[in-house]
Design a protein around this ligand. Structure first.
Ligand code: FMN
Length: 157
């Protein structure tokens, strides 16, 4: 059976969407049944143990998640669902110009999901917009490595 994976996207100006599309191309080529969803309107019930998740989020304000992720984040904090068995990855977009809050959007989701019992697969990717590289150019390589680790984890579960 094909793996089922959702990429949940939080963005202000669309860069994370480009990243999600790049990650998505890799996953589809690997046979994944893929779903790319903006976080707008999502609640804590979006997570299910029979799917994998990639959180693709930028950071705004003073280390905040983007506006379209606020409701989902608050819903998870409020409902505190048991996410045991849920596997996820994080691709965080940020800018080291904001050194004190670098990639906090992704870090906050990572910390919250882990505190709810979910298991992060692979390393959290943290892209620095001040590095001169484009996050969408780094997304495919990260996605290949992430999916290799995800597939092994799911096969051994
Ligand atoms: C007003 C503003 C605030 C930002 N605050 C942060 C921040 O606190 N930490 C961080 O790492 N990046 C911060 N960034 C950088 C963005 O997260 C980064 O440019 C990202 O690539 C934007 O992705 P998006 O187009 O998907 O929203 C900020 C950018 C802007 C314009």
């Amino acid at each position: 059976m094909n793996q089922r994976i959702s990429i949940l996207v939080a963005t202000m100006t669309g860069t994370a969407e480009l990243v999600a599309d790049e990650i998505g191309e890799v996953l589809v080529a690997r046979g994944v049944d893929l779903d790319i969803r903006p976080m707008d309107g999502l609640g804590a019930d979006v997570f299910a143990p029979d799917r994998g998740y990639i959180i693709c989020t930028s950071t705004y304000g003073h280390g905040d998640v983007p506006d379209n992720a606020r409701a989902l984040f608050a819903s998870l904090e409020r409902a505190r669902p048991d996410l045991l068995g849920v596997c996820y990855g994080v691709f965080a977009l940020g800018d080291m110009t904001y050194a004190d809050t670098f990639c906090f959007g992704g870090r906050k989701f990572d910390d919250l999901l882990r505190s709810l019992g979910a298991i992060r697969i692979g390393e959290r990717m943290e892209h620095d917009a001040s590095s001169g590289t484009m996050p969408e150019d780094e997304a495919a390589e990260w996605a290949e490595q992430w999916f290799d680790q995800y597939a092994v984890t799911v096969a051994n579960a």
